[in-house]
Design a protein around this ligand. Structure first.
Ligand code: NG6
Ligand code: CA
Length: 527
């Protein structure tokens, strides 16, 4: 299916890509996607206590964006937008999914992977999926369809949802890996199974490898409590400690296998989502405990994948993008001491921003965003261009020599020029799972009032806010009662609401937001 079309012709009007010659094969694309890793967690974004040499090197060899965004402050909606080019808040049923949810992207819809597969790319996803599987009730003992393989991926090696949700098994091309047919798997999000331990009891909790702090008291797997219940499938159950190595190996094998034709690899690491149970070789690599050590594990995985590109001489003709699915969180349901150790080390995982995972403040969606494409991305540049992950389906179609029109009809903007040193978006919308929306332009950010009653105290700064103290929560409630406008240039932490001083800017941004909302909010998913 390799095309012989002159790429230069397809890039007509896009002089930024004129260096791509007619005979040269289209670039490979590798998307390194982390989970819950914040803007401030990487060395190249200012972390002093987490060593991330591989990501730092990637940034030094390419361009590091300071206004790169996921679309939502949680996983499923961000990944939905990333793959479809449509904001998740336009659709119902795109919030954080249980592990037995049906696939929310209907086969036949345009996806980032399908558009590249049509151009002849091998398209692989390795890692955390969290977009559902199957068409209703999944039988984990049969071939599961639809899976990523029915929406554009030619290869998939995934976990269904998250590390803290059952089923705790890998699924490769629709089949559970290592399943013993004599020990079938059952999964339930309604009730436990006979013989399940009571993870609410002190005696059982004392035996856990990592105790839970909220939720995560249902199934017991590998000494860790999870969300949902599971029975059987013992031989297929993953080991949290080796999961990162398994994913990195599968990703490298995919690259090696497809080195002779264009490929797209979506590497969706589980790091540093809870439970943060990583390989013991990472223990103590940071003063932050499992949360910080898991960021080191992610950097290592990225390093292995980048080394695999080098090994096959592929780095020159590969666009590598790094980003994260949502901002950072400290206590996300397990007692891994993240709150205490971050406080002690003075580490600010959301960098200079306030809020984190789940929040409409910048810390929720403004994440690390790095692009390296030798000969195209300016080397060692720091770019302020606005770029959103919802753009990537269009951007990837463009750089692969395809037509991004199917994504431009939705919410993608072709920001490929930003990769080569040019401008990005004019405005960008971010959201929370509860469909709270915010809009920003180069300078200003507007968050409409969400109607909560005003009470509580004043703001206390970024770190305290992320820690979710009672004070910060009170303040949050109070803030939400009025429309908020922040000058991100002078006030990146969003501490000073200047809506009253700039009614014309509020009006302008609100008009764009209303126009966008008028195109659809919380509609049913295409059935
Ligand atoms: C929450 C979980 C949290 C995490 C999150 C999804 C509890 C108490 N909290 O409901 O641990 O799993 O969902 O994270 O169970 S995400 O990054 O996949 O969106
Ligand atoms: Ca996440």
């Amino acid at each position: 299916m390799r095309r012989a079309l002159p790429l230069v012709a397809l890039f007509c009007g896009m002089s930024v890509f004129s260096a791509v010659g007619a005979e040269k094969r289209p670039p490979n694309i590798v998307l390194l996607y982390s989970d819950d890793i914040g803007w401030g967690d990487l060395g190249c974004y200012g972390s002093k206590v987490i060593p991330t040499p591989n990501l730092d090197k990637l940034a030094a060899q390419g361009t590091r964006f300071t206004s790169g965004y996921c679309t939502s402050a949680t996983c499923t909606p961000s990944r939905y937008s990333l793959l479809t080019g449509e904001y998740a808040w336009r659709r119902q049923g795109t919030g954080v999914l249980p592990g037995d949810a049906r696939l929310i992207i209907k086969p036949g819809r345009p996806t980032m992977a399908a558009s590249l597969a049509k151009l002849g790319y091998a398209t692989g996803v390795v890692g955390k999926w969290h977009l559902g599987l199957g068409a209703g009730v999944v039988d984990w003992n049969q071939k599961i369809e639809p899976s990523p393989n029915q929406i554009g991926f030619t290869y998939s090696f995934i976990m269904a949802a998250t590390g803290d949700r059952v089923p705790t098994v890998f699924v490769e091309d629709g089949s559970v890996v290592g399943l013993d047919p004599k020990d079938p798997i059952e999964v339930s999000y309604k009730a436990g199974y006979a013989g399940d331990p009571d993870l609410g009891s002190e005696a059982e909790r004392a035996k856990l490898k990592m105790d839970w702090s909220h939720g995560h008291n249902m199934a017991l797997v590998n000494g860790v409590g999870r969300i949902g219940w599971m029975k059987g499938g013992k031989a297929a159950v993953w080991e949290d400690e080796t999961m990162g190595d398994t994913f990195a190996e599968k990703a490298c094998a995919f690259i090696a296998h497809h080195k002779d034709k264009p490929f797209f690899l979506y590497y969706a690491s589980h790091e540093n989502h809870v439970p943060r149970v990583h390989h013991p070789r990472y223990t103590g690599r940071t003063p932050l405990g499992p949360r910080g050590d898991a960021v080191v594990a992610f950097d290592d995985q990225a390093g292995r994948i980048l080394a695999e590109l080098d090994k096959h001489g592929l780095a020159e003709n590969t666009l590598v993008i790094y980003s994260s699915d949502n901002g950072p969180v400290l206590d996300d349901g397990y007692k891994d001491r993240a709150v205490e150790l971050n406080r002690l080390a003075g580490h600010t995982p959301a960098g200079p921003f306030r809020g984190g995972k789940y929040s409409i403040l910048e810390g929720g969606t403004r994440v690390g965003f790095i692009a390296r494409w030798p000969g195209h991305t300016p080397v060692g540049k720091v770019s302020e261009a606005l770029i959103s992950q919802v753009d990537l389906p269009a951007v990837f179609a463009r750089v692969a020599g395809g037509d991004p029109a199917e994504f431009l009809k939705l919410d993608s903007v072709d920001t490929s020029a930003a990769l080569t040193g040019g401008a990005g978006r004019e405005t960008l919308i971010s959201s929370t799972q509860a469909n709270v929306l915010a809009i920003r332009d180069a300078r200003w950010k507007f968050i409409p009032a969400t109607g909560a009653p005003p009470k509580g105290k004043q703001a206390s700064g970024p770190l305290v806010d992320l820690l979710g103290s009672g004070e910060a929560q009170e303040n949050d409630r109070r803030e939400k009662a009025s429309p908020r406008l922040f000058d991100l240039q002078t006030d990146p932490a969003e501490l000073r609401n200047v809506a009253g001083e700039h009614p014309e800017i509020v009006e302008r941004l609100n008009a764009v937001l209303l126009e966008q909302r008028a195109r659809g909010v919380a509609q049913p998913l295409p059935s």
